[in-house]
Design a protein around this ligand. Sequence first.
Ligand SMILES: [Zn+2]
Length: 415
Amino acid sequence: MNFKCRHCDEKLTNVILDLGNQPPSNSFLTLDETKNTQETFPLKVFVCSKCWLVQLPEYKKAKEIFSGEYVYLSSTSQTMLNHAREFSKNIINRLNLDQSSFVVEVASNDGYLLKNFVMESIPCLGIEPTELAGNIAIRNGINTEKIFFNDKNIKLLTYKYPKLDSGVDLVIANNVLAHVPDINSFIEGLFNIISPKGIISIEFPHLLQLINNNLFDTIYHEHFSYLSLSVVRRMLKKYGLDVFDIEELNVHGGSLRVFACREGAYKIDKSVSDFILLETNPLHGKSLESKDLGAYRNLQNSAQLVKKELCEYLYALKSKNKNVIGYGAAAKGNTLLNFCKINKELLSFVVDNAKSKQGKYLPGSHIPVIAKDNCNYKDIDSTIVLPWNLINEIIPLIDSKEIITAMPRLTYWRK
Ligand SMILES: [Zn+2]
């Protein structure tokens, strides 16, 4: 099958990583559904040889992934709640936002971030396509429209929210740019809603971290693009937007927060060119944009190494009749478990505090998800923490003889 780059339309020919065929990472199953064959799609990553966008072709339509069954809720992570509160406080001060401002968050999920603006009586609108998360936000009093953000959908909403026509003071787009198949229409939509002096804040996991730390489990069908600053900057520029400031963040294994504005609206900070240099200057390592694809060459081997280490660990414990469980039914855990072909023979169950996942089964591996209260830690010899990015938050919650994470290498943790 031939695929084309979602940004520049170039034919995609460079495969940089193949994680096999996998079901969508957030499609949890009921017991009945585990009896049927679950549909799987290739998890094969390409880099475009023309614009350097690292991407998964849209094997499964976004509309099907972010449907009523989509169960990811941002509020279940204390780390994400703190991160959102801190960001909101700072940006409200920086931009002097008040009752006369208008803030839009794209992919606002259950309102975990916008509630900080509601508390300060700053008018805001959340755009959230998933039913479950969108309904929770609405119930909590956060103005939310349950649609996909793109240029066309936004134009249809301007009758209801006139400020969506070039009048938005702040657009927040955290961890969403990677999730949109039609990235061009998304960016065009951002340009059309932002006011001449407005600011767009975009957060995304940094491709450089994925490459340098081999975070292959952050690859799943919901993530269509894997972004570098260089690529994001060029894509925004094409639609009349400047990246003018950058911050480095510790979430999701290393993310960037990019501030953008209409061309020329703000002076461009030196941090922008510094980061571009980090990504593209071979003196700092391997350039993400070099014709020999050197930066990407080790990805497949590194993933195989993680698989080997984790499987050897689990088989060794199984041979001693030890009981191993997982903690945190995160999407990234599903990529890891399915790539390593780990099933409930090796990992008895996964504990998760999201009610929407409890009683269900992980896609692919069919490992049951249970509530913490149903888990008797006396019987557990080892716990593998799947959302390794939240390890510090999770360790105090676990009472197991051994605690490990598998990414980027097998690591033992102490309480
Ligand atoms: Zn391209």
